[in-house]
Design a protein around this ligand. Sequence first.
Ligand code: LLP
Length: 426
Amino acid sequence: MTKSVFAYRNGVLCVEAIPLSEIVEEVDTPFYCTSAKQLQRNYRAYATPFEGLDATVHYAVKANANLAVIRVLANCGAGADITSAGELERALEGGVVPEKIVFSGVGKTRDDIAAALLAGICQINAESLSELALIEKVATVLGKTAPVSLRVNPDVDARTHAKMATGHKGVKFGIDIDQLGDALKIILSSSVMVFKGLTVHVGAHLKDYGPFREGYEKLAMLVRLLRDQGVPVERVDLGGGVGIPYDGQVLPPFSDYAAIVHDVIAPLNFAISFEPGRRLVGDASVLVTRIVHIKKAGDKKILIVDAGMNDLVRPAMYGARHEIIALRDDGKALREKVSIVGPVCETSDSFGDQFELPSLQSGDMMAIMQAGAYGSSMSSTYNGRALIPEVLVSGAQHAVIRRRIAVAEQMGWESVPDWMVITRAA
Ligand code: LLP
């Protein structure tokens, strides 16, 4: 087993070769810290089992859209899976070549589609008949050819968190199987759209891979049908969604997922796309936070920290539990059970109860683990808070890859109409 890049050395939590406390001195808490080595390892772990197949790993940029993170993965050979023209800009700036960019999402606008066609990305994953009509229009106006794949709704129970299931009937994602014929006809009769193949994304953070098998078997059945009818299929896109262990959970090994792909999809002999997000970045970052206050409430001891739900919304939004550990821990101090909450004025701003930690004081620091996926990318400025810094570590080097965006700077994004009389109390 490979040694974690986040490990204690003499009781001090380090990332790769650097004690996190050293970075605190430079950027102050709270901040995200990402290990380049872990990103590289994760990419290799994802791509290696599919070597020998015609497979491309398109990093789902939504998981962590920082340019330096994209750059590390692009340097490993990753393409990108984007959901907007904004993510397209980021992917290109992060060094991803357009030929390796696929475009997901149910609500692509005229501008999104135009940007994708002008950039020359390899595939737009269309999710409705209405979207096909818009692609047709935009491509015609621009005089471009649009490479289109149809995202199928496989009607599979993803057996994941209800807010992360995307492959069952009635959700907004994908095209129902009974509408596929119509969708295909539109593409095949178009002079500006080229049919690339079918796409499926069963859901996010799957901890049980059975639904992947189910979804992929339906996809395989559909592409065989198409092939039998003489429809040219170039590639199948298998989406993302492989989970990671967050708080001591045990997940099936990635090799089980790879085995499903080898069993069900590889024999079709098409090019294969993957769209992983969490699996590439989830365990590569921690969120470092400091205890601001400690209080008793009922029979609970509550640590109030300076990171809140605006910085990491997953616990508040999905009831997710991230492991939390102290920055200093020699393993000798007595442990106690504490609740850990953020400062935001919302009851849901809580990282959870019953964390077992050494006895800590105000000012001590902790790391919220596995915070790399959907952490900083879903953060906000709610409650008048800064967007927090992000730091990338690579061996003994580190760099700030996003500086703190303080409220004073955020206010510069706004303006008060000049027809309002500005008065200040004397
Ligand atoms: N492809 C498509 C079409 C997707 O919708 C998603 C995620 C992915 C790929 C990447 O999935 P991943 O490999 O990261 O599971 N905010 C939630 C997760 C929402 C995922 C949305 N779509 C969270 O914090 O867990």
